[in-house]
Design a protein around this ligand. Structure first.
Ligand code: HEC
Ligand code: HEC
Length: 237
């Protein structure tokens, strides 16, 4: 361990009060872009809630901010322990704001979800296809505005970890890849496994979507209800 880090870790943090202004400044420069200015959420989940799924205690909150959630789209930071403590205190203070209300009727949204064929590509609570990302608990990872954008304009923000691959004539989502082989799931849910040496072409398009846009297909009340349904998907206990 580097000496400076050791010093910071052993310094009695509890002896000092968090610096609220510094926490707010770090939050607006490094976190608000994904979590919203008031923690209302966006690409990242709303932080304006009393209980955070991944951060039940202040220690776990600081650890999470330092390390991020790799794979979930949350980057780590290089903040020192004082800055971590300040920004964590700011995140806790956001819990005082109520979550923005979501228009629409979640119960009726389930019908829209099934009718529109979303389950062909997405799993929700263990049921459905596996081509797109699992939507179980999606309401606690993304806010309503982001969910609406995902449905109307999927190409705008492809979730971290999703990579579209063309291997010879097969197009699909990357499931696994190493130096020698690649596994791909096509839109029908079928898994394909290839030795790279046996392929004539292998093309990756990270950031490219394989989800159709529903702009024009879903609108008005149906769209509101669908978004309310997705936003109501909290993590399974
Ligand atoms: C590039 C976008 C992005 C940035 C920047 C970002 N986050 Fe996140 N954050 C996310 C995403 C996405 C998740 C959800 C990941 C998951 O659930 O797997 C998340 C999750 C979290 C969680 C867990 C929420 C819960 O309910 O448990 C906390 C707390 C958090 N972020 C705080 C922060 C703080 C503080 C900063 C700034 C230092 C920050 N984030 C910067 C995208 C971001
Ligand atoms: C042909 C397959 C397919 C269908 C049908 C489909 N999706 Fe998707 N969806 C995907 C793929 C692939 C992704 C990941 C790439 C992306 O976001 O563009 C995705 C991403 C998403 C995301 C973003 C998830 C995240 O973690 O941010 C949401 C939300 C979503 N879909 C909802 C829906 C809803 C609601 C429907 C039905 C109205 C639907 N999808 C229909 C394939 C599909």
């Amino acid at each position: 361990m580097r000496p400076v880090l050791f010093f910071l870790l052993t310094f009695p943090l509890a002896a000092q009060q968090p610096d609220g202004a510094r926490g707010a400044a770090i939050y607006s420069s490094q976190c608000a872009i994904c979590h919203g200015r008031q923690g209302e959420g966006g690409r990242g989940p709303s932080l304006a809630r009393a209980r955070l799924r991944h951060a039940p205690s202040d220690e776990s909150l600081m650890r999470l901010i330092r390390a991020g959630l790799p794979g979930g789209g949350m980057p780590g930071t290089w903040l020192n322990d004082f800055e971590l403590r300040d920004v964590a205190a700011h995140v806790r203070s956001l819990g005082r704001f109520p979550r923005p209300p979501v228009a629409g009727d979640a119960a009726r949204g389930e019908t829209v979800y099934l009718k529109a064929g979303c389950a062909k590509c997405h799993t929700l609570r263990g049921e459905g296809g596996a081509f797109g990302p699992d939507l179980t608990g999606i309401g606690s990872r993304r806010n309503a505005g982001h969910l609406r954008a995902s449905v109307l304009d999927p190409a705008a923000d492809v979730p971290a970890g999703f990579v579209l691959i063309h291997a010879d004539k097969i197009t699909g989502a990357r499931v696994n890849e190493d130096t020698f082989s690649v596994q791909i799931r096509d839109a029908s849910g079928k898994l394909h496994s290839f030795w790279k040496s046996a392929l004539t072409s292998l093309r990756k398009e990270p950031g490219k979507t394989a989800m159709p846009s529903y702009r024009g297909t879903l609108q008005g009340e149906d769209l509101d209800n669908l978004i309310a349904y997705l936003a109501s998907q909290e993590d399974l206990p």
